[in-house]
Write a protein that binds this ligand. Structure first.
Ligand SMILES: Cc1cc2nc3c(=O)[nH]c(=O)nc-3n(C[C@H](O)[C@H](O)[C@H](O)COP(=O)(O)OP(=O)(O)OC[C@H]3O[C@@H](n4cnc5c(N)ncnc54)[C@H](O)[C@@H]3O)c2cc1C
Length: 300
């Protein structure tokens, strides 16, 4: 289906994008990779009267890393993040960015668009929550930084104020002896996950877990941080027993809906299995081993 008619504006700077959106009024939208917005427009589920294109703003796709952290410009594409130095340093970024949909979507879709869209099935939300990322928003009133945990308010709803755009997403460099992994089960490449789990942990002495963050994707209205599963690891030596405790707590901590991707019970079992796998990969990476993880595609 053709989209409803709209006007198109190409912004040359962040300030121009913000003032254009303000001038064009409430029905205007930013467009980044178009991988969520364009399909919705073609289905006429979204009917913006005007689009403000962010693709030609210099510097908005940059990825920078120093000793303190990594900064992703809002227009950084999934494919560029997967191949970045940052992803080599923090492999959970590669697990996520390199596993989103297919190569076409990864070449166009952006981290800023994913965060602004706040799709409950987004892979990025779980991973950014596990990494404790910050979102820098900018509007006519200036910049503000919002922790990702507060940025996501509900399904498809963020803390962005009218007229604001996402400028940047940042993550701190994890301490030494840290590792994380993101693994999802997908029915096929170009669809969202049936369930996904992101784990990030830091080790103390003798494989004791000093810190852990565990987040489930695609099993609720937002990505779900699994506090009880984290507690099952924190301060304990990571062995089969503690991993099993975390998996049990994770399964008890999710309340997924039954839908075309699977029954609630199936998704709960997936979460348990993915927690076990993701902790194993995270532990190996925290010990300095090079471990590749892959999403599990049904029927593969
Ligand atoms: C076939 C297919 C399969 C997919 N599978 C997955 C998947 O498995 N996992 C996954 O995580 N994602 C998946 N996606 C979504 C993909 O990751 C998109 O790239 C992402 O959701 C949106 O990014 P975008 O740059 O395309 O944003 P757009 O579609 O351009 O924009 C999305 C929304 O965000 C707003 N917006 C965009 N950028 C900004 C900004 N900087 N500031 C404020 N608002 C902004 C727009 O106005 C719009 O409302 C899939 C998409 C397709 C088409």
């Amino acid at each position: 289906m053709y989209p409803h008619p709209f006007r198109y504006f190409r912004a040359g700077s962040i300030s121009e994008a913000i003032s254009l959106l303000g001038e064009l009024g409430g029905e205007a939208r930013f467009i980044a990779g178009g991988q969520s917005l364009i399909p919705l427009m073609k289905l006429r589920l979204a009917r913006p009267t005007a689009l403000v294109d962010l693709n030609f703003i210099p510097g908005l796709a940059r990825i920078e890393m120093n000793d303190g952290g990594v900064w992703f410009g809002a227009m950084a594409r999934h494919a560029d993040i997967a191949e970045s130095r940052a992803a080599a340093r923090i492999p959970i970024l590669r697990d996520c960015a390199g596993g989103i949909a297919d190569v076409q979507v990864r070449n166009r879709g952006t981290i800023g668009g994913s965060v602004a869209e706040a799709d409950p099935s987004s892979d990025w939300m779980a991973v950014l929550l596990a990494l404790g990322a910050d979102v820098r928003a900018v509007g006519e009133g200036g910049d503000r930084v919002v922790p990702i945990e507060q940025f996501v308010v509900d399904a498809f709803t963020t803390d962005l104020r009218p007229g604001e755009m996402v400028r940047e997403i940042s993550v701190k460099l994890p301490p030494k002896k840290s590792g994380g992994a993101y693994i999802a089960v997908k029915r096929s490449a170009p669809v969202y996950a049936t369930a996904g789990v992101a784990v990030h942990l830091s080790l103390g002495d003798r494989d004791t877990c000093a810190e852990a963050r565990i987040v489930a994707a695609s099993v609720g209205l937002t990505a779900v941080r699994l506090g009880e599963a984290e507690k099952a690891l924190r301060g304990r030596r990571i062995d089969d027993r503690t991993v099993e405790g975390a998996a049990e707590a994770a399964m008890a901590g999710v309340d997924p809906p039954s839908d075309q991707r699977g029954s609630a019970e199936y998704k709960r079992l997936l979460v348990g299995a993915l927690v076990r796998q993701a902790i194993g990969a995270s532990l190996a990476r925290a010990r300095g081993e090079s471990v590749e993880v892959k999403h599990d595609y049904a029927g593969r």
